[in-house]
Design a protein around this ligand. Structure first.
Ligand code: FE
Length: 201
């Protein structure tokens, strides 16, 4: 099997937010897609290790902020490279709240969807949420950021170190050393060793 084929799939990028017991939280995902139009229904796959996962599972509600090409790397670091277990992700950012009470991101975002979970499919590492869209708003006409656009234009270009090492293809973190341990986890974005590639000399 050629795993490179999976990189050719196209994806959007989203901040998925939830609210439970007065606590706001969210995470970055690339797994939102529309399933049907009558009713408007979307699917969302979330890794069970994400704090947001349990919040959606228990409350059955979430918002999707669709990231645009004006999103900055700061947005990705804020929502993607730290956990709601450790920090209050609603602190220090600009957001609004939709009618369902859940926050959505207003900077670097071109539209927001509010969704109510209809069913869940246990996929082992992830849960697939199938949800009806209860509200939708377009905020501006900046093009949506694709995963490819993020890699090409938003993620900072890694500095070229003199040492041998491995670079995280998700966030640009550099591991110095000849061999990357197979169980290595990126300290910045928590992606596994399989998302690292050797630095070309
Ligand atoms: Fe990383």
């Amino acid at each position: 099997m050629d795993n490179k084929a999976f990189f050719k799939l196209s994806y959007g990028l989203f901040v998925v937010t939830a609210r439970e017991d007065g606590k706001d939280n969210g995470c970055i995902t690339n797994t939102v897609m529309q399933l049907t139009t009558t009713p408007n229904r979307i699917s969302l796959a979330v890794n069970k290790a994400n704090y947001t996962h349990g919040m959606i599972q228990r409350t059955g509600r979430f918002n999707v902020s669709i990231l645009s090409e004006s999103a900055t790397f700061e947005t990705f670091k804020h929502w993607g490279f730290q956990s709601g277990k450790d920090v209050d992700k609603a602190a220090g950012i600009t957001f609004s709240r939709s009618d369902n009470g859940i926050i959505y991101v207003t900077e670097g975002v071109n539209a927001v969807l509010s969704a109510k979970v209809e069913s869940m499919v246990d996929l082992g590492t992830h849960t697939l949420f199938i949800a009806e869209v209860t509200d939708a708003e377009s905020l501006n006409d900046t093009p949506s950021a694709t995963y490819a656009y993020y890699h090409k234009n938003i993620k900072p270009a890694p500095e070229r170190p003199k040492k041998k090492g491995w670079v995280c293809t998700i966030c640009g973190y550099i591991y110095e050393g000849e061999e990357l341990p197979p169980d290595f986890i990126c300290p910045l974005c928590k992606h596994p060793a399989s998302d690292f590639k050797p630095i070309e000399a």
